[in-house]
Design a protein around this ligand. Structure first.
Ligand SMILES: Nc1ncnc2c1ncn2[C@@H]1O[C@H](COP(=O)(O)OP(=O)(O)O)[C@@H](O)[C@H]1O
Ligand SMILES: O=C(O)C1=C[C@@H](OP(=O)(O)O)[C@@H](O)[C@H](O)C1
Ligand SMILES: [Mg+2]
Length: 169
């Protein structure tokens, strides 16, 4: 596998979880950009947003992803907001294989309580506001090479399906 694989999709759809397992199955390296950003600042994303602001988080996210997506043979999970930046979308689409993990809102909202404490972007928002954000973000995920509908798929099934789709490329 020469090109790296970049997993995109809304917060909490399983990019980090599946990325780790996919890398294990493909026997290649795994990079989670949020974990890299958190390691750089020595704090969690919620605190980076509070202390340095979202603008700084997005700048670091952009620099790291533009570099990482040009590496060979890695599975890379990016944050759900990364594709809002055109520079990131362009670099990933050019250099990597972009896989969109596509979950319906009905299914996603069952996961919300798991996500609230660690996702700064969700904090202080009503369910309607989160639904609007979810709908807005779907447009930015339209740029991808492979779409994986992910409702009802457990981690093993999702990894197997991605593996099968990659073989067809
Ligand atoms: N296929 C799945 N089935 C059930 N729960 C999942 C699945 N994938 C992820 N999760 C759970 O959902 C939450 C968010 O997963 P995570 O991988 O962090 O998503 P993301 O990186 O897209 O934000 C975690 O608590 C994780 O354990
Ligand atoms: O959607 C977003 O704007 C964000 C998603 C998060 O990553 P996950 O998609 O892995 O939760 C993380 O990058 C940060 O909290 C911002
Ligand atoms: Mg993640």
């Amino acid at each position: 596998m020469k090109k790296s694989i970049v997993l995109i999709g809304f917060m909490g759809v399983g990019k980090t979880t599946l990325g780790k397992e996919l890398a294990r199955k493909l026997q290649c390296g795994f990079l989670d950009i949020d974990a890299e950003i958190e390691a750089k600042y020595g704090m969690e994303a919620v605190d980076i947003f509070n202390v340095y602001g979202e603008k700084e988080f997005r700048k670091t996210e952009r620099e790291m992803i533009v570099d990482a997506c040009q590496l060979e043979g890695k599975v890379i999970s990016v944050g759900g907001g990364a594709f809002m930046q055109e520079e990131i979308r362009k670099a990933c689409m050019e250099h990597a294989i972009v896989i969109f993990l596509d979950m319906s809102f009905g299914y996603w909202k069952e996961r919300i309580s798991l996500l609230l404490p660690t996702r700064p972007v969700l904090q202080g928002k009503s369910l309607e506001e989160i639904k609007s954000l979810f709908d807005e973000r779907q447009a930015i995920y339209n740029e991808h090479h492979i779409r994986l509908p992910i409702d009802n798929l457990d981690v093993d099934a999702a990894v197997q399906t991605i593996h099968d789709k990659l073989k067809l490329l």
